[in-house]
Structure formats: C-alpha cells, structure tokens
Design a protein around this ligand. Structure first.
Ligand SMILES: Cc1cc2nc3c(=O)[nH]c(=O)nc-3n(C[C@H](O)[C@H](O)[C@H](O)COP(=O)(O)O)c2cc1C
Length: 110
C-alpha cells in the first residue's frame, strides 16, 4: 500500500565550501550559509520536478521552526535546514495552481 504522504527535508552542509576549496573550486562570492541553502535547493528542485512524472504532488515550505526541524531530523551542527517538501498523491479537492507570471516577466537573456 502506498504511503499517503511524506515530508522530505533538504539541508545544506556548512562545511561544503571548505571541501570544494580543497578541490580548487573556490568561490569568492558565496558565504557558507549561502552555499548550503543553494545546494539544498538544487536537491529539492530535482524532487519537485520529477514528482509529477510519478503521479505525486509537492509543496515546498520554508515557514518552519529551524531549531525544532533540525532536532526532529537529527541534523548536526554543520547542517542547516533549507526546505521541507511535502510529497503526496493529489486529490480531487486540490485547489487549482496559483497564477504564474509569464516567462517573459521572469526570464531575460543578457
Ligand atoms: C520557496 C517556497 C517556500 C514556500 N513556503 C511555504 C510555507 O512555508 N508554507 C506554505 O503553506 N506554503 C509555502 N509555499 C507555497 C507552497 O509550496 C505552494 O502552495 C505550492 O508551491 C503549490 O503552489 P501552486 O498552487 O502554485 O502549485 C512555498 C513556496 C515556495 C516556492
């Protein structure tokens, strides 16, 4: 029987930048918390995009208590919770997708 829903936590690693410096992939423009959030968000984005192909819906959430979530997911001091993504099977009662701005409003080529 399928699981009705789950909450997936994407957390970033505050030590990742130091590790990439060792690999000579140094970034002078990103701070550790910045990099941690960005990396975790890329992970969440993968799940959000692949879920519909499996018949699943997702809801990214950032409105949570980071201390409580870190405790419940047993994060280490080096890990920051970036996004919670609720995953589940959509029902008939789901509200329609909220309006999106047209691509031409949000994408520019430079
Ligand atoms: C970065 C991000 C953070 C969000 N955080 C929350 C949240 O904390 N709580 C919440 O109820 N919805 C949050 N939302 C909105 C829900 O994820 C939203 O209902 C979901 O994206 C479905 O949107 P749709 O109706 O446009 O498809 C967030 C959305 C984004 C993109």
């Amino acid at each position: 029987m399928p699981v009705p829903g789950a909450a997936v936590l994407f957390a970033g690693d505050l030590t990742f930048m130091a590790a990439t410096r060792l690999l000579r992939c140094r970034s002078e423009f990103a701070t550790e918390p910045d990099e941690a959030i960005r990396s975790a968000t890329f992970g969440a984005s993968g799940l959000i995009h692949v879920a519909p192909a499996m018949g699943l819906g997702t809801t990214p959430m950032i409105g949570f208590d980071p201390v409580g979530v870190s405790r419940e997911f047993s994060l280490s001091d080096n890990e920051v919770p970036a996004l919670l993504v609720a995953v589940g099977y959509p029902t008939e009662a789901n509200w329609p997708q909220k309006p999106r701005r047209p691509i031409s409003d949000v994408l520019a080529f430079a």
